[in-house]
Design a protein around this ligand. Structure first.
Ligand code: KG4
Ligand code: ZN
Length: 339
């Protein structure tokens, strides 16, 4: 029986397809990013996302099959993101997956997008042992899980307000940088002093689960940019003298909070390994600091390659293989859910 799984991802603003063998061997990865379509609005517009997925889903699937040099008849199963995400976007990928599964008589498996972000951090490792701690930091999520296996994740804690990526995107707006904000803030931060601007760092109470809050940091950045006068307009970007220092201090504060909370949770749970996934896992400062500070305590942190941190279908095909092998194939009434 074929071990090839076609993965399909359309939960937010990337249309993606990939072919992966046996949950690990990556044969292809095609991603169409809608970032340019949404940039003028400063964030993802659901209606525009849905329409673009509809235009791109079949060409992107074709591209993934061509790149992998396989045809639909070579596949063993089809895996598709069913949750969480924008419902109109999820339904485009799900409908395409159902159509292909039905016409080719292939098993269909639904995949949880967040669980797939965690799994991505294991795909490029030669060997990997569970249990471990998992941090998912993206535009919509900042959550910590205890993972017993690729498919068994228990939520330990998450953010009280913004997701980490959302905070990057909002700070990018305050600093007059474009959307998506994470890469732009990070680039500017590289030229700044991370200790120049004092910003608050939220800490969970000792003995309670990991917990994040980024609204205080964000408000402090607003004050640093505009001053305390709530009626004052945002200054034009070029007139903010210490822009790079603000970006670096912001990035440092977010990294400190993420690393501290994860290390504390890992130690409390008795876990030696930390997996990190989601778009913010591309951040070089986070990669550096999590890795070094974990190592200093005898723990190991693993990050996927940057292209598998942001939304992609490799992680969907990879985790989909495990779901399929453990008998979790679905029927054609498989549904999508925003949560
Ligand atoms: O996982 P992802 O592609 O989509 C969601 O599921 O949300 O994550 C996108 C988020 C955006 O908020 C983006 O600003 C952030 O990841 N991001 C970064 C970096 N690259 C992307 N944040 C900080 N540093 C980066 N280098
Ligand atoms: Zn994501």
């Amino acid at each position: 029986m074929s071990e090839l799984v076609l993965g399909i991802e359309s939960s937010c603003d990337e249309t993606a397809a990939a072919v992966v063998r046996g949950g690990r061997e990556i044969l292809s990865s095609a991603v169409h990013s809608q970032a340019a379509l949404h940039a003028v609005y400063g964030g993802v517009v659901p209606e525009i996302a849905g329409r673009s997925h509809l235009q791109k889903i079949l060409p992107v699937i074709d591209q993934a099959l061509t790149q992998a040099q396989v045809g639909l008849d070579d596949l063993g199963a089809i895996a598709v993101t069913t949750r969480p995400g924008l419902i109109g976007s999820l339904l485009i990928g799900l409908s395409a997956a159902k159509g292909l599964a039905f016409t080719r008589g292939l098993p269909l498996v639904g995949v949880h997008h967040i669980e797939a972000h965690v799994y991505a951090a294991t795909m490029e490792l030669a060997d990997f042992d569970y249990p471990c701690l998992a941090l998912v930091v993206s535009g919509g999520h900042s959550s910590v899980y205890r993972a017993e296996s690729p498919l068994e994740l228990r939520l330990l804690g998450s953010t009280l307000d913004d997701a980490a990526g959302e905070a990057f995107d909002k700070v990018a707006h305050l600093l007059g940088l474009g959307y998506p904000g994470g890469p732009a803030v990070s680039k500017l931060a590289a030229q700044g002093d991370p200790r120049a601007v004092e910003l608050p760092r939220y800490r969970s109470k000792s003995g309670t689960g990991p917990e994040f809050s980024f609204s205080g940091i964000k408000t402090a950045v607003l004050y640093a940019v505009r001053g305390q006068d709530a009626k004052a307009p945002l200054p034009p970007p070029e007139s903010i003298p210490n822009r790079a220092d603000i970006a670096a201090s912001f990035e440092q504060a977010v990294c400190d909070v993420l690393v501290d909370e994860c290390l504390r949770s890992a130690e409390r749970e008795g876990l030696r390994t930390i997996l990190v996934g989601g778009g913010v896992a591309c951040n070089q400062r986070l990669r550096r600091e999590m890795t070094a500070r974990a190592a200093a305590r005898g723990l190991r942190a693993h990050f996927p390659s940057p292209s598998y941190c942001t939304d992609n279908a490799v992680m969907i095909a990879g985790l989909g293989w495990h779901a399929w092998q453990s008998g979790r194939a679905a029927q054609l009434d498989l549904d999508a859910s925003p949560r």
